[in-house]
Design a protein around this ligand. Structure first.
Ligand SMILES: Cc1cc2nc3c(=O)[nH]c(=O)nc-3n(C[C@H](O)[C@H](O)[C@H](O)COP(=O)(O)OP(=O)(O)OC[C@H]3O[C@@H](n4cnc5c(N)ncnc54)[C@H](O)[C@@H]3O)c2cc1C
Length: 390
C-alpha cells in the first residue's frame, strides 16, 4: 500500500497552509488579549473556500471527505500555530453539521444546513454539563414536548465557541428516559427564548475563543429543531467522531508548528562555536519528534481515509488517533521548547503557546482514560467493561 496524496489534496494542503500563514502574527495578539475578531477570521476562511468541506454539493458543501478536513485543519494550524483557525472549519463541517447531515429530519436540514455550510450560521456543540463530562449517558438537561415546541432546561459548560456561534447542537435527555436510550440532540439558536450564554472560566491555553457556559431555562424551540430523538445514541456518537478527528487535526497541526519552529531555531542558533543542531542530543530529539509526528499522521490518515461514506470516521480508529495525538503533543511541544532554550518559553515563540494549548486540550472531546475504555471495548466486543456502579 502506497500512501500518497492526490494532486487535489496537495493543492488543498498548500492553500490551507497559506491561509493559516495570514494569521500567524495576529495569533500572538489573540492569545495575549484572550480575544479574537472571530467573525473576520471565519469570513476569511469562507472567502478562501474552506467551509462545508465534507458536505454534499447539492447542499452547498464541497463534496469532499474527512481526509480533506484533516489536511485543511492541520495545515492551517501548522502555519498559524493557532487552534483558532480550525474553528471556522469545525463549525461548518465538524460534529454539529455532521449531526444535521445524519439526522432523519429533512425539515431541519432544509431550515439550517445551507446557512451552516456557508458560514452564515456557525454550529457549536453542547454536551458537557457542570456535573457530567465523561459520563455523557448521565446527562440531566431535559427536552419535553409542549405542542409545537420542545422546552429545554439545563446547563452546559465548556462549550467552545459559546458567545460567537449562532447555533448549538445540544445533547438532551428526552421524556426522563434513563441511560443512553434517553439521550438525543436538538438544535438551539442563540436567540431562542430562555437561552443565555457567558464566557465561562479563563483557560490555561486555547485562549481567545471562550469555552463558555450555556443556560437553558424553559428554553423554547420549534418541534422541527429535533436533530435526533431518543434511541439514536450510537448515531449521535457517529457524528461526534468528527469531533475526535478534529482533535487529531489540531494535535497534528500543533506538533508540526512546534517542530518547524524548533528545527529552524537550532539551525541558526550557535553555542560553543557551532550551530546547536550539530549536538547529538539536539538532532536525536528532532528525530524522536519527527517519528512521533509521523506516527500520529499515519494514525490520523487511517482514521480519515477509512471514514464511512468519507464523512464519518470509525470509532476505534479515530479514538486511537486522538488518544495518541492528544497525549503526545504536550511531550512534543515541551521537547521543542527545550531545544529553543530560554527563548522557547517566552511569548515570542509559537511553541510556548502550543505547550499551553496542548495541555488544555488533553481532555477536550473525551479524556484519554475514556478513549481507552472505548478502544478496549472495540478490541474485545464480547466483553463488558461496565463503568457504572449498577
Ligand atoms: C479546551 C476544551 C474544550 C472543550 N469543548 C467542549 C465543547 O465544545 N462542547 C462540550 O460539550 N464540551 C467541551 N469540553 C468539555 C470536555 O468534553 C470535557 O471536559 C471532557 O469530556 C471531560 O469531562 P470533565 O471535564 O467533566 O471530566 P470528568 O468527567 O470529571 O473526568 C475527570 C477525569 O476522571 C477520569 N475518568 C472519568 N470517567 C472515567 C472512566 N469511566 N474511566 C476512567 N477514567 C475516568 C479521567 O481521568 C478524567 O480525565 C471541552 C473541554 C476543554 C478542556
Amino acid at each position: 500500500m502506497k500512501i500518497e496524496l492526490t494532486p487535489a489534496q496537495e493543492d488543498l494542503k498548500r492553500r490551507a497552509y497559506a491561509a493559516g500563514l495570514e494569521f500567524r502574527e495576529a495569533a500572538f495578539k489573540w492569545d495575549e488579549e484572550d480575544h479574537v475578531d472571530y467573525r473576520a477570521v471565519s469570513d476569511r476562511f469562507g472567502e478562501l473556500g474552506f467551509f462545508g468541506l465534507t458536505a454534499p454539493v447539492e447542499w452547498g458543501g464541497q463534496g469532499g471527505d474527512c481526509m480533506d478536513y484533516l489536511l485543511a485543519v492541520s495545515e492551517a494550524i501548522r502555519a498559524s500555530g493557532s487552534w483558532i483557525v480550525g474553528e471556522p472549519l469545525f463549525c461548518t463541517t465538524g460534529p454539529g453539521p455532521s449531526m444535521l447531515m445524519l439526522s432523519d429530519n429533512a425539515a431541519l436540514r432544509e431550515k439550517y444546513l445551507r446557512d451552516v455550510l456557508s458560514g452564515r450560521k456557525g454550529c457549536a456543540i453542547a454536551l458537557t454539563e457542570p456535573a457530567h463530562g465523561s459520563d455523557l449517558t448521565y446527562l440531566e438537561t431535559t427536552a419535553v414536548r409542549d405542542g409545537d415546541s420542545w422546552v429545554i432546561n439545563g446547563s452546559k459548560s465548556f462549550v467552545t465557541g459559546a458567545i460567537y456561534n449562532e447555533l448549538y447542537a445540544t445533547f438532551v435527555r428526552f421524556d426522563g428516559i434513563p441511560g443512553p436510550r434517553g439521550i438525543g440532540a436538538v438544535l438551539i439558536p442563540s436567540d431562542a427564548p430562555g437561552f443565555s450564554m457567558s464566557r465561562g472560566p479563563v483557560f490555561l491555553g486555547t485562549r481567545s475563543i471562550p469555552h463558555g457556559d450555556v443556560e437553558l431555562v424553559d428554553c423554547r424551540i420549534p418541534a422541527e429543531n429535533l436533530i435526533m430523538g431518543p434511541g439514536q445514541f450510537p448515531k449521535l456518537m457517529s457524528a461526534f467522531n468528527m469531533e475526535r478527528l478534529h482533535n487529531c487535526a489540531v494535535s497534528l497541526g500543533g506538533m508540526m508548528a512546534a517542530y518547524d519552529e524548533a528545527a529552524a531555531h537550532v539551525q541558526q542558533r550557535e553555542q560553543f562555536g557551532r550551530p546547536v543542531i550539530e549536538f547529538q542530543h539536539v538532532y536525536h530529539t528532532l528525530a524522536d519528534v519527527a517519528v512521533t509526528i509521523e506516527a500520529h499522521r499515519l494514525l490520523s490518515y487511517q482514521a480519515a481515509a477509512n471514514a464511512e461514506d468519507g464523512k464519518y470516521p470509525d470509532m476505534q480508529q479515530v479514538s486511537m488517533a486522538k488518544l495518541f495525538g492528544g497525549t503526545k503533543i504536550p511531550e512534543v511541544a515541551m521537547k521543542c521548547a527545550e531545544l529553543m532554550g530560554g527563548k522557547g518559553v517566552t511569548s515570542v515563540t509559537v511553541t510556548q503557546r502550543i505547550v499551553r494549548d496542548a495541555v488544555t486540550n488533553v481532555v477536550a472531546g473525551g479524556a484519554p482514560a475514556v478513549l481507552k475504555n472505548v478502544i478496549a471495548a472495540s478490541l474485545f466486543p464480547g466483553r463488558k467493561f461496565p463503568q457504572t456502579r449498577d
